[in-house]
Design a protein around this ligand. Sequence first.
Ligand SMILES: [Zn+2]
Length: 83
Amino acid sequence: MANQELLILAGHAWQCPDCRRLLLEAPEKALRGHRLTPDEHERLTSLTAEDFTSLSALAKALDVEVSDLYDIMNHARTRLRHF
Ligand SMILES: [Zn+2]
């Protein structure tokens, strides 16, 4: 399973339009201070608006299982985790 931190950040960006906009427009600012590996940081930084058209597109862009993204959506930390 992918790093929880990556999934939580991606899941929150999926749920929260404000944080999604920040991630797409200023990824370095959005991701500052989060515990990500350089590879995970790169994957989140590379996301585009099209990657958010569906959950499966987002999972594919991040190279994670769509089921892992589904699971993380119900996590309290995902819902409350503003960037
Ligand atoms: Zn948010």
